[in-house]
Write a protein that binds this ligand. Structure first.
Ligand SMILES: [Zn+2]
Length: 398
């Protein structure tokens, strides 16, 4: 009897894993054919058909028969994510609390940027809860299943506890647990740059890349995400990737972390915005203003071109260390680092990895984030989808 029971349990686990694998592919690819599922998962057609039917019956996917004929045989029905299934994505920052509903398949259904001024945790919770309710009221078809928060700080991966968000002055805040109680759905939280990295890996510039490093330039400084062999690297407790606090100049200015000469104390959005004379620009405004100012300055570099050159030199010191240490195939720059990169000259770009070890530097590509200003929200949503996609039948089963 004991043996029978353990076999049954194993079969149940295998089925859960297969359902999860199918749902994850449908989500990541924003729709796949049954034959693509069969190929990708190495399961036979009838098993795939059964798994898809179960997911459809539980409201996760829907099938369309309009797939183009590929070669001979019957057209393979296309399995699409049901976009009414949504999670909330939240990114509190110094000047704004960014809130969105993100559909299965990773598309933003609705977004609202709530102005803020160094919001406290209480302010963030009340603004977030109210905004999520408003967005849901505007989208009555949406079914909220969970939420993810991208935090500009150090977050314990296990329970979403914010250990420290220095620029927001948050210390030891049980953010995920409190938001879960307010919203009535499971909530996960993680470092914003880790989530930006995750989003670019799933849907952006890092799609299909095995080893990459992501640098996120935000109002609160520079964060990072690392992917090695296809897996995000979190470290022992989830704090890895703090590239903004790499030491690039031991005698440099004081950093918010208490050390001196960290990358983010020398390469900052604030200094770029000050150079072009605008306050709190978003990334697109910053990029346009930098490009226009450099064009106005002409051939002889003026103050804006000199500031860009200064920041790129410090960025190069950090990237040299990162590339030597991790040997990535791709470096992705997001936020104000993308704006900075977009206005560099070819000579500046060529010089960035000139001092890195040639064996590692030779094949590294440096690109800007493909998901632009949506990257942190999509990453926060990915965090929420992780737990849901892992056990699809748990949703609505309670
Ligand atoms: Zn620092």
């Amino acid at each position: 009897m004991v043996q029978t029971r353990s076999v049954t349990m194993d079969a149940g686990k295998v089925r859960q894993r297969n359902l999860s694998a199918v749902l994850e592919l449908v989500h990541r690819q924003r729709g796949v054919t049954r034959s693509e599922l069969t190929r990708a998962l190495g399961l036979n057609r009838s098993t795939i058909g059964d798994l898809v039917s179960v997911l459809a019956a539980h409201g996760w996917v829907q099938e369309h028969d309009d797939a183009p004929r590929a070669g001979v045989g019957r057209p393979s029905p296309r399995v699409l994510p049901r976009e009414a299934r949504v999670v909330a994505a939240i990114n509190p920052e110094l000047d704004v609390i960014d809130v969105a509903l993100v559909s299965l398949g990773g598309a933003l259904l609705a977004r609202r940027r709530v102005p803020a001024s160094v919001p406290s945790v209480d302010e963030t919770l009340s603004a977030t809860t109210a905004t999520v309710r408003e967005l849901l009221a505007e989208h009555p078809e949406a079914e909220l299943l969970g939420a993810g928060v991208a935090v500009p700080g150090l977050v314990r991966s296990e329970d979403g506890q914010v250990r420290l968000a220095p620029h927001l002055d948050w210390h030891e805040e049980p953010l995920a647990a409190r938001l879960a109680a307010a919203l009535g759905v499971p909530v996960a939280a993680a470092n914003d740059a880790h989530l930006g990295c995750r989003a670019e890996l799933s849907f952006g510039a890092g799609s299909g890349v095995r080893s990459l490093v992501y640098l996120n330039g935000g109002p609160s400084g520079i964060g990072g995400g690392i992917v090695i062999d296809g897996r995000p690297v979190g470290g022992a407790a989830g704090y890895a990737g703090e590239i903004g606090h790499l030491s690039v100049d031991a005698s440099g200015p004081a950093c918010a972390c208490g050390a001196h000469g960290c990358l983010e104390s020398l390469v900052s959005r604030e200094a770029l915005a000050a150079a072009v004379g605008i306050e709190h620009p978003d990334d697109d405004e910053l990029e346009k203003a930098l490009a226009a100012a450099i064009a106005r300055e002409g051939a002889a570099p003026g103050p804006v071109a000199r500031e860009v050159a200064r920041q790129v030199r410090w960025l190069a010191v950090a990237l040299r260390g990162v590339v030597n240490l991790l040997n990535p195939e791709l470096v992705i720059l997001g936020g104000h680092l993308a704006a900075l990169w977009s206005v560099t000259t070819a000579a500046q770009r060529d010089a960035v990895l000139a001092q890195a070890l040639p064996v590692s530097a030779r094949d590294v590509r440096i690109e800007v984030a493909a998901l632009g200003s949506q990257r942190l929200l999509i990453g926060a949503a990915e965090l929420a989808w992780d737990a849901l996609v892992e056990d699809p039948l748990a949703v609505g089963a309670h």
